[in-house]
Write a protein that binds this ligand. Sequence first.
Ligand code: GAF
Length: 384
Amino acid sequence: MTAGTGTVAALFRRAFDAEPAGFWRAPGRVNLIGEHTDYNDGFVLPFAIDRATTIALVPRDDDRIRLISTFDEALVESDLAAVAANEFSGWSAYPLGVAWAIGERHPSAQQRGFDLAVDSDVPVGAGLSSSAAIEMAVAVALNDVWGLGLDRTELARIGQRAENVAVGAPTGIMDQSASVFGQQDAAVFLDCRSLEVRQVPLGFDAAGLVLLVVDTRVEHQHATGGYRDRREACERGAAAMGVPALRDLSVDDLPRARQLLDDTTYRRVQHVVTEDARVLESVQALESGDLVRFGELMDASHVSMRDDFEISVPELDAVVEAAQAAGALGARMTGGGFGGCAIALLPADEAEALAADVLQAFSDRGWREPVPFTVVPSDGARAL
Ligand code: GAF
C-alpha cells in the first residue's frame, strides 16, 4: 500500500466493495504574500503545505458517480447528466464541479462515471484551501483516468471554474495554482494574468527558521459577504481609473486614485497596488537570501490588510502582535481574511514559546482555543 493511503483505501473498500484504480493527493496552501491580488490580475507567492487531500478512485463503464468521504461517511450518488446540468449539493460540489468544469472547457472529453473516496487532513474553513485540495486531487485523477492530457495550468483553471460556478465562490486562481505547482522547499510565484509560474527557493530550514501557522478557528466563507464585496470594490476602482485590472496601476498612480475615488474604494485600491509591489520585492528578497527584508514585507502586508483592505479580525491581529513581540522576522494573516489563519516566520527554537504565548493571549480574552502548527513547503498534486 502507498504511504498515507490506508484510511482512504479502507473507506473505499467498505463503501464500494472493490479496489481503487489508484490514489491521488493534492495539498492545501499558505500564502506567504500577495493577498486579494489574484483576481486583480496581479502577483501571489503561496506554497503548497504538508497537509493534503488523498483520494481513491476507480473509473466506471457507465455514467453513475458515487462519492464518499471521511467527513461524514454518507454515500452521495449522482450521474454525468446531473453533473452536466450543474446540479450539486454539499461537499460533492467540489469533486462534481471539477467534472462539470472539464465538460464545459473540453466538450469532446470522453467522460464516464466513477467511484471516489476522499480523505483530508487540511483543516476545513481555516483558509488553507481545503477546497482547492479536493478540486486538484480530483482534477489530476480524472485527467489520468479519462486520458485528457491537460497541463497543470489548465487543471488549475478547471478547479477555479468549479469553485466559481459549482461552489459559487468568486475566488481567483491562486489556491488551485499553489496546489498543482507546489514543490518541496519552494514557493510558487504566479503572475495571475499570464499564469506564468516560477518556483522561488525558500531556504527557511537551512536558515534555522520555521513557518508557524495559527488557525484562529474563526470561520469564514468566500461565497458570501466580505470577499465578494472586496472584489467588487477592486473592479469599481479599476473601472474608475480606466484600467482593465488593478494590476495595471503602480504606486505612482495612487495620488490620482486618491483624487478620483471615494475613501473606501481608494484604500482597497491602495492595498492591492502596494501588495503587488510587495510580492515583487519579496521574490527579490528571497532570491537574494534577505529573509529579514522578506519579514518586513510580511509585516507591512498585514498592516495593509488590517487598515486598508479591512479583512483582518482581532484574533488574527493578536497572533501577529504576539509573533512580533516574540521576535518573529515577519507575521501576517494569510488567505481571504475575516477569520482563518495567521502565519509567522521565526527561528525554529522559538516556535513552541510563541505557540504558548498565543494560546495564553486567546485564553485571557476568552476566545476559542486556536490551533498552532508548523508547515513545510511540499510537492503539488500528483498520483501516488
Ligand atoms: C481565497 C481565494 F480563494 C483566493 O483566490 C485569493 O483571492 C485569496 O482568498 C486572497 O488572496 O483564498
